[in-house]
Design a protein around this ligand. Structure first.
Ligand code: MMA
Ligand code: CA
Length: 201
């Protein structure tokens, strides 16, 4: 389990506590209309998040927009603290641990994701950010196909973006996994080494 899962739970719990305090106060605080403070739209209606049954919820769309805003705040916290990097619709995350390829994949899948699989330069750069952050080469979500010897995505699809280091891949069938170097370039490598876990969600 990633360490930031408990971090997220703590953050959500503290948001609920904060919400409870902030939702009760504005109506009685005598501080109406302070822009960006107590009357912020994203704080209105949060009473619904603090424990009332859903059946008593009179403002479902307000609750949904509050949830989106709170989720976006959490994403910005996680990005600020270096826990996640977002590119397009993908979120990359690492727990800073290094294990062999099969265990890395297992960890990502257990968390509901898969190994980081760069599909373009921007994604590759985001992943390389973790490699530099943790000073550990990382396994990527590619594997050498037994029959063709070609490197493929774990779902079997061919690569349409590559970032091989010069003269790579050179493993002649003995290096069936792919590691990322600090500069973001790739090397085919044996699968039984300890490499950084970076997942995508
Ligand atoms: C190592 C190993 C290979 C890589 C070469 C590059 C000697 O083998 O990491 O995968 O291609 O270094 O020199
Ligand atoms: Ca190699």
């Amino acid at each position: 389990m990633f360490s930031y899962s408990s971090y997220v739970l703590t953050a959500v719990a503290s948001l609920l506590v904060t919400c409870h305090a902030l939702c009760i106060c504005p109506e009685t605080s005598g501080l109406p209309g302070i822009p960006g403070l107590l009357q912020r739209d994203d704080l209105k209606g949060q009473k619904h998040l603090s424990g009332l049954p859903v059946s008593q919820n009179k403002e479902p769309s307000n609750v949904l927009s509050n949830l989106k805003l709170q989720l976006s705040r959490l994403q910005r916290v996680l990005a600020l603290t270096g826990k996640i990097r977002e590119v397009g619709s993908k979120i990359f995350a690492s727990n800073g641990k290094a294990v062999d390829f099969a265990s890395a994949l297992q960890s990502c899948e257990k968390a509901g994701g898969t190994l980081a699989t760069p599909a373009n330069e921007e994604e590759n750069k985001a992943i390389a950010g973790f490699v530099r952050q943790y000073k550990q080469y990382a396994y990527l979500g590619f594997k050498q196909c037994e029959s063709s010897g070609q490197f493929k995505h774990l779902n079997g699809k061919p690569l349409n973006y590559t970032k091989w280091y010069r003269y790579e891949p050179n493993g002649k069938g003995k290096e069936k996994c792919v590691e990322m170097y600090t500069d973001g370039s790739w090397n085919d490598k044996r699968c039984n080494l300890s490499r950084l876990i970076i997942c995508e969600f």
